[in-house]
Design a protein around this ligand. Structure first.
Ligand code: 0RQ
Length: 507
């Protein structure tokens, strides 16, 4: 393992995951690496969960991360009820269950805010950082892993540091990262000198004060590597509407055939969009985004994408094999940055990103709910969607028009939880079609969304609501029937369907 731990002083701190986990005390705030299932510590959280399970006196910790992690971290700690607080974005089923049962506090904040809120002291002191790295250089710098996330902040803000050096991650990643050390606190901030997605403004290594490193643990395991499923029919239709829209914007002279730097969420629809871009004959595009999925590797290989800037990978096992086999090629075309830079509002606004994100529901006026089913039950979290939607050149939200076998309409009278206000939403797409809301007033927005995006089963109900709201609403600027606006969600919670009983298909 010494080729991965080249610093003699830190090499002396090597110990087992159990010994390292024993250094974490009850009630501590522990900042962990990890973003969308990549670059999270693989063994110390598991050892800590085992210790929690065996403990006579139950204890819990507060956990801060980059974004979602994996069963070995979020899942293991949630199962032993080991977290009293978790932030930000998560997607683990066991953790989600606990959060929705109300037994642990989950704070869902914009991913660009996490580092600076830590620096501002909003979460209190950070006791320990547990950070996965690919290796340690002779002079003690850290080679970042498959995600950078908030690691710079964790290493600087934590009192003590535990490093996991993961031999499974390819050594060839060295040189791929760009860690910017120029951020300061208000009122001393300066412009961030990045004007192109391919600019390198920092260093390829993370720095750590060696005095703070209390343990180094050797690991050898893969990331979460969720399997990749080919796009389904409705995702393909949504991607088709988006590409037609791009063509329209190019014809109008508002975009060129190089588009603008793309930000794309994770999941089936973004994958379909990536596949469609390749089929659409695009070349030389760039991505300024958070996550690189399998689809983006393919686009880089084909030259559709000239380069991609992100903070993390989220690859399937096949994607990892492809990346590892061609790491020298991808290192020249991919830059992984800290998440405060990948998601920075100043940079997203300057670059003019095209923000492409999924949603749970949108209402008649374009308020978007990305996070809470029936306004109360969290799915994942806002992630970076708000950073990009508020600040991008274009902000697009996409979803199938119905969920749960047609029992839920993704277009509702009033959003039951608002992550992105009507002011942040420019385009809504479902498999039914695309609503371009730019330059439209509220009543025009409602008409466009109903006509283009609503499923035919729900369209008459939405038209009926909208017409009555326009007649009877207290104020007529953004018409609503306040007693009825959330009745669709109420009906779903009570009956399992948003349909009114006499409109349900027979049988
Ligand atoms: O439920 O898992 O039980 O089958 O939500 O829905 O259609 O598979 O779509 O995977 O793209 O997720 C908004 C959750 C969409 C995601 C959301 C149910 C549906 C299914 C998943 P099942 P799909 P996706 C970059 C940007 C916020 C963060 C973000 C998300 C499950 O896109 O988390 O954008 N976005 N980050 O059945 C009830 C509805 C529903 C619904 C969908 N209206 N009511 N359930 N579902 N719509 C990444 C990061 O920032 C890290």
């Amino acid at each position: 393992m010494h080729d991965r731990i080249r610093n003699a002083r830190l090499g002396e701190r090597v110990m087992s995951a159990e010994e390292a986990a024993a250094l974490i005390q009850p009630g501590m705030t522990v900042a962990m690496s990890g973003f969308t299932g990549a670059g999270y510590p693989k063994e110390v959280p598991l050892a800590l969960a085992r210790r929690m399970e065996a403990a006579e006196q139950p204890f819990r910790i507060r956990v801060l991360t980059g974004a979602s992690t994996a069963p070995e971290l979020d899942g293991a700690l949630a199962k032993v009820d080991g977290m009293e607080l978790r932030l930000p974005y998560q997607s683990d089923p066991a953790l989600r269950e606990r959060i929705n049962a109300g037994t642990l506090d989950y704070i869902d904040i914009h991913l660009s805010h996490v580092a600076q809120h830590t620096w501002f002291g909003f979460f209190g002191p950070v006791d320990v950082a547990v950070v996965e790295v690919v290796g340690i250089t002779e002079d003690g710098r850290l080679i970042p892993s498959s995600s950078v996330g908030n690691n710079k902040t964790w290493l600087e803000q934590a009192d003590k540091v535990i490093l996991e050096v993961n031999r499974f991650q390819p050594a060839g990643m060295e040189g791929m990262h760009d860690v910017y050390y120029g951020t300061a606190l208000p009122p001393h901030r300066r412009p961030i000198p990045l004007v192109d997605p391919e600019d390198r403004i920092g260093e390829p290594y993370l720095s750590v004060d060696p005095e703070k490193v209390i343990a180094v643990v050797e690991t050898d395991g893969p990331d979460r590597n969720s399997p990749f499923s080919p796009p389904d029919e409705s995702s393909k239709q949504i991607a088709g509407h988006l590409l037609e829209f791009f063509d329209h914007e190019i014809r109008r002279g508002r975009l060129t055939d190089r588009l603008l730097p793309l930000q794309s969420g994770v999941g089936n629809i973004p994958n379909a969009v990536m596949a469609a871009l390749a089929e659409g004959g695009y070349k030389g595009l760039t991505a300024y985004t958070e996550v690189i999925q399998d689809g983006m590797l393919g686009l880089i290989k084909e030259g559709v994408l000239r380069m991609a800037s992100a903070t993390s990978f989220s690859l399937s096992r096949d994607g990892v094999d492809e990346f590892n086999a061609n790491v020298d090629f991808y290192r020249e075309r991919i830059i992984l940055r800290t998440q405060e830079i990948s998601n920075h509002p100043e940079l997203i606004r300057r670059l003019g990103c095209i923000a492409l994100n999924g949603m749970i529901e949108a209402d008649l006026y374009g308020n978007v709910n990305s996070t809470h089913v029936a306004g109360t039950k969290v799915m994942n979290g806002i992630g970076g969607s708000g950073d990009f939607a508020r600040n991008g050149y274009l902000s697009v939200f996409m979803s199938p028009s119905t969920a749960k076998n047609g029992n839920i309409s993704a277009i509702v009278p009033m959003a039951s939880h608002v992550d992105h206000t009507e002011h942040d939403t420019m385009v809504v797409i479902t498999e039914q079609g695309l609503a371009d809301l730019r330059g439209l007033a509220p009543k025009q927005r409602a008409r466009t969304i109903i006509e283009n995006c609503a499923h035919p089963d729900y369209r008459p109900m939405l038209e009926d609501y909208s017409e009555r709201a326009q007649r009877e609403s207290f104020g007529k600027h953004t018409p609503h029937l306040l007693g009825e606006a959330l009745s669709w969600h109420e009906r779903f919670v009570e009956t399992g369907s948003m349909r009114v009983p006499d409109r349900r298909p027979a049988g």
